[in-house]
Design a protein around this ligand. Structure first.
Ligand code: XIL
Length: 298
């Protein structure tokens, strides 16, 4: 099964995988990544973040991001820029809000990343505390001016199922629309735990698209407490299938991006102690049951 070909055959724009520059030194990895019948899209996991692009104030380093942009281009893969405004991975010098947006991306940008708390209020960070909620519109307007053809997204987690945070995100979209601020889509990160894909995920995607925007699954992985057992891997296969079928069933869910495709380079073990095995390919680049779950979901 060719996952991107499958996705496109049912009208999706892409099936893709995020990547990070160090991954690209592994030839087994690159052999899978470069095949655009498997991955038709990519997102840099780190190299377009603010700490990577402006490590010292006024000193810009776009080279690492450009490596991924150029690779996507030569592979015929769409590129999602990630991200312009986020309260994490800011450079050390950064103490006051000053917003800019670059034109590195082609297809879409996560312009604002994770603006909301789980209770639906705006997160307190250097942007919100300095500018109030207006920072979101400032960033989106700047992104539109810098890259008029890119789809502009707000991206977040814990909005996948219905609830206060999803409602707050819909209210934010409606409010931006009523002010004439450009907002093309909402990204659903989908960093899930085995067996815990939220109820109502598909209906929630539909509720967002009813606002007149597109949606995308932007950072999919399904983690488990290690060690991985056959039973957990089977549940994980079902979880991947549920997520993919939900996007497949929603016409304006444009595509799905894995937050990297192999357990070898997954962010999960480094972030969630004792957890891992979250990706559809294992550490030796062997396809897991989750791979079949994705194919079945399309
Ligand atoms: C993660 C990267 O994968 C890690 O390598 C890095 O150390 C921390 O950030 N939500 C996001 C992503 O929007 O940018 C995060 O990526 C994962 C959670």
């Amino acid at each position: 099964a060719k996952l991107n070909t499958l996705a496109q055959s049912i009208g999706k724009l892409y099936f893709g995988s995020a990547t990070d520059n160090p991954d690209l030194t592994n030839t087994s990895y690159v052999a899978i990544f470069d095949d655009n019948t498997t991955f038709g899209q990519t997102t840099p996991t780190n190299s377009m973040k603010w700490d990577a692009t402006e490590p010292e104030q006024g000193v810009f380093t776009f080279e690492a991001g450009d490596v991924i942009a150029n690779l996507a281009n030569s592979n015929g893969q769409l590129l999602r820029g990630h991200n312009c405004v986020w309260h994490e991975q800011l450079p050390d010098w950064f103490t006051a809000a000053r917003l800019w947006v670059t034109t590195q991306a082609k297809y879409s940008w996560d312009v604002v990343n994770e603006p909301l708390n789980d209770n639906g209020t705006f997160g307190s960070d250097v942007f919100f505390d300095t500018l109030g909620v207006s920072y979101i519109g400032i960033a989106l307007n700047a992104a539109r001016a810098a890259d008029p053809n890119a789809k502009l997204y707000i991206n977040d987690f814990n909005i996948e199922g219905p609830g206060v945070k999803a409602t707050a995100m819909m209210d934010l979209v409606t409010s931006l629309q009523s002010q004439g601020i450009p907002i093309d889509g909402v990204g659903f990160q989908c960093h899930f735990i085995v067996g815990e894909v939220p109820e109502g995920f598909q209906q929630n995607l539909e509720a967002f698209t009813a606002l007149g925007i597109e949606v995308a699954i932007t950072e999919l992985d399904v983690r488990m407490t290690l060690p991985a057992t056959d039973e957990l891997l089977e549940q994980q296969k079902q979880d991947y299938q549920i997520v993919i079928s939900a996007c497949a069933a929603v016409p304006k869910c444009v595509g799905v991006t894995l937050w990297d495709f192999t357990d070898k380079f997954s962010w999960v073990p480094g972030t969630f102690a004792g957890q891992g095995a979250a990706c559809p390919w294992d550490e030796n680049f062997i396809r897991k049951p989750a791979f079949d779950g994705i194919a079945l979901g399309f």
